[in-house]
Structure formats: C-alpha cells, structure tokens
Design a protein around this ligand. Structure first.
Ligand SMILES: C[S@@+](CC[C@H](N)C(=O)[O-])C[C@H]1O[C@@H](n2cnc3c(N)ncnc32)[C@H](O)[C@@H]1O
Length: 248
C-alpha cells in the first residue's frame, strides 16, 4: 500500500481540512458524542493523520493515546508538533493492516481508515489489528463512506468532496476522490470500495460483535452557522456513517 499523503498534502490537511463544514459541524461532534467521556481510557487511533483526534482525546482526559499512520509525512509532522507542544501522545509509523502489538485499549478509532484497504487480505488485516488491540468489551468506532449514497456522482460537491465511484463498483475496486478547501483542491487520492456487508463480515470475523451503523448529524452550532437548508442533503442521505462494534 503506497503512502499518498506527501508533505504538501500534510501542510494543507493541517491548515484547514478541519475547517470544512462537513467535518467541523458533522463529523467531529458526531464522533465525540459516540465516544462519550474518554477520561482515563486508553485509545488507539488508527490512520491518525496529523493526530487531530489523538490530540483532542488526550486533551479530553484519555490516559494513553497512540496514533498510527501509514504516511511517514503525517507521522513526521505530528511528532514535530508533539515535540513543540507535548501532550504525551505516542505516534507509530505503520500500516494498520500489519501492526505490531501496541498494547490493550478501551477504544480503537479508525476515522477514514477502512476504505484504504486495498485487498480483502488487507481489510481483514486491518480488522484483526483493531480486534487484537481491544480489551474485552472495548469499542471500535470507525467513520466510513456510506457507499449506498456515495456512489451518486457529484452528490457531495457542495460539501467539498469530489468522489468518483462507479455505480457498479464491486468489493476491492479502487475509486478516486479529492477534497476542496477554499481555493485548494487535493491531488487525486485512491481508495477502495467495500460494501457495508463486506465491512461488517471482516469486522465480525475479526471478533467484533454488536455492529451498528449510525448516521452523523450536524451540531446545533453547524445549523446556526450554515443554515438548515445547507444540511438538508446530508440529513436525507448521509454520505458517511459511523460504524461501532464491541470486542467480544
Ligand atoms: C483522510 S486522512 C484521516 C486522518 C485522521 N483520521 C483524521 O480524521 O484527521 C486518512 C489517513 O489514513 C492514512 N492511511 C491510509 N492507509 C493506511 C493504512 N493502511 N494504515 C494506516 N493509515 C493509513 C493516511 O496516511 C491518512 O493519514
């Protein structure tokens, strides 16, 4: 699996990906709500990127936070930030599909992770990494494309995402997307189509039970700032979903 996130992307990502309204007012508050109180918990954040969630969860009182990411540039940038403003987050440069044992965690997050699995073997490897790192009754929280609606071309342009997934996409097929932030548009990024059913099977086979999908919703602040009309499409057909499972 190649590392698509180079230094330029990292700078742009850090500069403002979080400012995209969909992320700021829908993704972040929805994920925090599902996570609940993390005080004293051990959290492994897979595909941590520049450590946005890892840092925030540590600030919110998590006892141990480890972030792992495939991109050397992402890990280098986030380690440099940790050196400048230490929060005590540990960062590991690794493929989530082939992870050495990093400890036992109450929560594993995979925010925009599973669609980078480039084969069924890779997907199973990611799900096994998730399961192996969870204590019994520990929770996995993933943030995923909702492929039922994401295949509709241009559906999400207004939210800053340009996805090119064929209507006939099958499991393991690559697709291209880019993200627009103001006058910056990211280079094309390759990800892979996995049906909800395949994701559920891989998570279930790895030892996660009680799998459920939850639609993220705009926060009251987001509705106030952007207006209810702006969010009507995402409310009607959520483009991304949160998947939750428990280690049995
Ligand atoms: C869109 S970013 C999300 C970063 C972070 N989760 C966030 O929400 O801010 C996706 C990240 O997944 C990472 N990634 C892609 N494939 C991966 C893999 N096989 N193992 C670990 N990280 C991976 C990329 O390097 C990138 O940092």
């Amino acid at each position: 699996m190649s590392d698509q996130y180079d230094a330029d992307m990292v700078a742009q990502y850090d500069r403002g990906f979080t400012e995209i309204p969909l992320r700021r007012y829908v993704e972040l508050p929805s994920v925090y709500q599902i996570l609940g109180d993390v005080t004293g918990l051990c959290v492994l954040d897979l595909a941590c990127g520049t450590g946005y969630y890892a840092k925030e969860l540590r600030r919110r009182g998590a006892a141990r936070v480890v972030g792992a990411d495939l991109s050397e540039a992402m890990i280098r940038a986030t380690r440099a930030q940790e050196e400048k403003a230490p929060l005590g987050v540990e960062y590991v440069h690794a493929d989530a599909g082939a992870l050495e044992h990093l400890g036992d965690f109450n929560v594993v997050t995979g925010i925009h992770l599973l669609h980078y699995a480039s084969s069924l073997e890779h997907l199973n490897g990611m799900c096994q990494s998730i399961s192996r790192h969870l204590k019994p009754a520990g929770r996995f929280i993933g943030y995923q494309l909702n492929y039922d609606v994401a295949r509709k071309p241009h559906y999400y342009d207004k939210y800053g995402f340009n996805l090119r997934i064929s209507e006939q996409a099958r499991d393991g097929q690559p697709f291209i997307f880019s993200v627009t932030l103001g006058d910056y548009t990211s280079p094309d990024i390759t990800a892979y189509y996995w049906s909800k059913q395949s994701l559920e099977s891989a998570l279930h086979d790895a030892g996660l039970t009680g799998l459920r999908w939850v639609a993220p919703a705009p926060s009251p602040e987001g509705i106030e700032k952007q207006g209810a009309d702006f969010w009507a499409d995402v409310m009607r057909s959520p483009f991304e979903l949160i998947v939750i499972g428990t280690k049995s």
